[in-house]
Design a protein around this ligand. Structure first.
Ligand code: ADP
Length: 540
């Protein structure tokens, strides 16, 4: 017997329509080089409608890729809904990638149109001659200056002369809505194509109270870039809920973010640990200057949240950071740390330990861990192996890429992360398969070591890498950035962590460096460190 329900496509047009009907008065605030810009969802939707007409006038049709090269601001976000709601595909380019990678990505995706922040033109114009499929460049005049026609079309002029589109094309829920490339820590970046259905289901689950719990009363500050895994889906969730949105533009320094949080009464923040860590330090040092008492939730993901950051935010500002795990390939939410009722009121040490885990799988997402032969491992919180995942918003194949075979096993996506799962179902990431230190046939978690080192009060940041060793294949080397004025020796670092690990886990050496190199999305770039220290001489 079949259900007798309407066959209703799950497309982003429904979310946009809801905003049009119900959330007209909510505000969207953007920090721009000219100051703070604000308008309403009503204005937003009207401009999205105009943009749909404008893009169609430039020949953008179903399935065409509309690329963006921009910071988080209202104009960029207009493209986010305009492209998919006219059955085209938004493709966010990561402005921090190397030029060669950007050229590869834009050409591989066959982007037809690209919308570029005026302030990013110097960067964009360097790669422009090598882009083979782009037919139109549209400039988003974030600097407030007239657009030089040599650079492209003026976004504001295009909108002004385009009538708002009044209806939508019929869109198949499985049609592509968006596209994003992984940042390609090894080999060329891989393209992930999100369907309308995947994004809609992801959004519905994301707003749940045990997930990111977004409501119309929230004010979202998405520090995570729109080009980093859909800004974790936060903006879609905001539009569906009618939350106020605050876009930081290119102003990602704590001294810029803090006043924005204060004046806009931000309740919910999403960002990677490096940025949230810098924000925390700043807020702590300037505590009397900024009232951030509206803040209710901070979501941190992309790399592991350091314990000191989790504890510090709670101690100094009364807010627990919520840890979440995901990937470009998982739209991105895989797991979110929520505390089950019977695990509340644990002793403080255990509570932090639980919150530092990456959390419980989102509804509809299934996770498992397997050993090197692909055999499922017990979920006892101890055994660790490769994390695999499946579900309605998990990638089923990369866009025109031969590397699929190695990325899937029996319908499960192989994440390349190493993790354990405890009997309560909490996921804990141990490392990435390529970062784990392979010592004498055993694995040592670089992440555990660096987190322990970062607990030292004189340490600013630390990364641990595996460096080749004549006897053990690899041994851990700790690369430590001391705080200004610190007086540290390698022995101090080892002494501070030696009681927490088996002796054979301890780094064989410690080097002090000025900064940990970061990837385009703010993660420790261990590839660069491994290169730099590949010939490191171990002490006797
Ligand atoms: P890239 O693969 O280019 O780094 P992604 O942003 O898609 O870009 O990264 C996904 C990876 O980030 C995951 O596979 C995992 O290794 C790491 N990651 C994401 N969230 C967390 C987290 N909460 N803790 C530790 N690592 C995380």
């Amino acid at each position: 017997m079949r259900g007798l329900m309407m066959d209703w496509p799950l497309t982003l047009t429904t979310i946009l329509e809801r905003a049009r009907r119900l959330h007209r008065k909510r505000e969207i605030v953007s920090r721009t080089p000219l100051g703070v810009h604000r308008y309403s969802y009503g204005d937003y939707v009207e401009r999205v409608d105009r943009l749909r007409t404008a893009l169609a006038g430039l020949g953008v049709g179903p399935g065409d890729r509309v690329a963006t090269f921009a910071w988080n601001s209202y104009r960029h976000f207009e493209v986010y809904f305009a492209a998919p709601c006219m059955s085209a595909v938004i493709h966010t380019l990561n402005v921090r990638l190397f030029p060669d990678q950007l050229v590869y990505i834009a050409n591989h995706a066959q982007d037809k149109v690209v919308l570029v922040d005026a302030t990013l033109l110097p960067l964009f114009n360097k790669i422009r001659p090598q882009l083979t499929s782009i037919q139109h460049v549209i400039v988003l005049p974030d600097d407030g200056k007239p657009v030089d026609p040599a650079n492209g079309l003026d976004y504001e002029e295009l909108l002004a002369r385009s009538a708002p589109a009044s209806d939508y094309p019929a869109i198949d829920e499985n049609a592509a809505a968006g596209m994003c490339y992984t940042s390609g820590t090894t080999g060329n970046p891989k393209g992930v194509v999100y369907s309308h259905r995947a994004i809609v289901l992801h959004t519905m689950v994301q707003v749940g109270a045990d997930m990111m719990g977004m409501t119309a009363k929230d004010t979202l500050l998405a520090i995570v870039p729109l080009f980093h895994a859909n800004a974790w889906g936060l903006p879609y969730a905001a539009v569906m809920s009618g939350a106020k949105m605050v876009w930081p533009g290119a102003f990602l320094q704590p001294a810029d973010l803090a006043p924005l949080m204060e004046t806009e009464r931000v309740t919910l923040v999403g960002g990677v640990p490096t940025i949230i860590g810098a924000l925390y330090q700043y807020l702590r040092e300037n505590k009397s200057k900024h009232d951030i008492s509206s803040l209710g939730r901070i979501f941190v993901g992309g790399s592991a949240c350091p314990r000191s950051l989790m504890e510090g935010f709670r101690r100094d500002f009364g807010v627990w950071i919520s840890h979440a795990w995901g990937m470009t390939e998982t739209t991105p939410i895989g797991t979110v740390a929520a505390i089950k009722p019977h695990l509340e009121n644990l002793p403080p040490e255990e509570e932090v330990g639980l919150r530092l885990k990456q959390g419980l799988p989102a509804p509809f997402v299934e996770i498992r861990i397997v050993d090197e032969s692909g055999k499922r491992l017990p979920e006892d919180g101890k055994a660790f192996g490769e994390l695999q995942v499946r579900g309605p918003w998990i990638v089923s194949g990369y866009y025109r890429d031969p590397r699929d075979a190695e990325s899937f096993q029996d319908g499960w996506f192989r994440t390349g992360d190493v993790a354990n799962i405890d009997p309560e179902g909490y996921l804990q990431l141990v490392d990435r398969t390529k970062d784990v230190v392979k010592s004498g046939g055993e694995w040592i978690s670089s992440v555990d070591l660096e987190n322990a080192i970062m607990m030292h009060p004189q340490v600013l940041e630390a990364a641990v890498i595996g460096v080749s060793h004549p006897k053990w294949q690899e041994r851990p080397l700790a690369c430590v950035v001391p705080k200004p004025g610190a007086t540290l020796t390698p022995g101090d670092i080892i002494a501070a962590i030696k009681d927490r690990f088996a002796t054979w886990w301890l780094p064989n050496d410690v080097v002090f460096i000025e900064a940990i190199p970061k990837t385009s999305v703010g993660k420790f770039d261990k590839k660069v460190l491994r290169d730099r220290f590949k010939d490191h001489q171990w002490p006797e």
